[in-house]
Design a protein around this ligand. Structure first.
Ligand code: SF4
Length: 221
């Protein structure tokens, strides 16, 4: 259950320090060089979990700094968190915290982190989930969705809010544009429905998140 009690000062900062100092994947030979990204505020009521930082995110030392990040922030606005509130209300994270490098054999996009890398990085994400205890977790992209909810076609996941393991999870496609999934208008409508559920849920579950009086009911399951 989300208590919304303030975190003791320094707890999140200590975790960020541990992440930034991590070189586990480098030592294990999965990365040539590890440059972890960590940050975010304890005031966040929504946790966003993506796949891994892209090259622009690595350069700017923050998550979702590429073109997909602009679309994600627009989705967050439509989901009830205006851009001017996103820095304090949204905590961005990912399955792994280091840029995994380009995709292999000339494929588009970035290399997907392997299971072993995800397992090495998982304790950080588990601690973030436990510390923030957010009322809503956005899973961005198939890798994050499958990791937490199990494998299923994106079309069966997007457009719903799943209550599982005592948490509400909102699956969304990855906004990077590498996938053509979003080109299909039917899939766009699923995203619209997911964002509608998000807005309705935040109205009920996190009053004041939008900086205005909110309704008392949520249409989320
Ligand atoms: S991806 Fe995670 S576990 Fe691997 S080196 Fe980076 S911070 Fe450490």
């Amino acid at each position: 259950m989300h208590t919304q009690d303030p975190l003791p000062p320094g707890v999140l900062g200590q975790l960020h320090g541990e992440i930034l100092a991590c070189r586990k994947c480098e030592h294990a030979g999965y990365l040539w060089e590890a440059h972890p990204i960590a940050g975010g505020r304890s005031s966040a009521t929504v946790l966003v979990i993506g796949q891994a930082p892209g090259v622009r995110s690595m350069a700017r030392r923050a998550h979702f700094m590429g073109p997909g990040g602009q679309l994600l922030r627009a989705w967050l606005s439509r989901g009830g968190i205006p851009r001017e509130r996103q820095d304090e209300a949204v905590y961005f994270s990912s399955l792994t915290r280091c840029y995994p490098g380009p995709a292999l054999r000339g494929a588009a996009g970035d290399r997907k982190p392997g299971r072993a890398e995800i397992a090495l990085c998982a304790p950080y994400l588990e601690r973030e989930l436990a510390l923030l205890d957010p009322p809503l977790v956005l899973l961005v992209g198939s890798m994050a969705i499958n990791h937490f909810l199990g494998r299923a076609p994106l079309r069966e996941r997007v457009g719903t809010i799943v209550f599982q393991d005592s948490r509400h999870w909102l699956p969304l496609p990855h906004p990077s544009g590498v996938s053509r999934w979003l080109n299909d208008p039917a899939n766009q409508r699923l995203v619209d429905e997911g964002l509608r559920l998000m807005r309705a849920m935040l109205d009920g579950a996190a009053p004041g998140l939008r900086g205005e009086e909110t309704a008392s009911t949520s249409h989320a399951p």
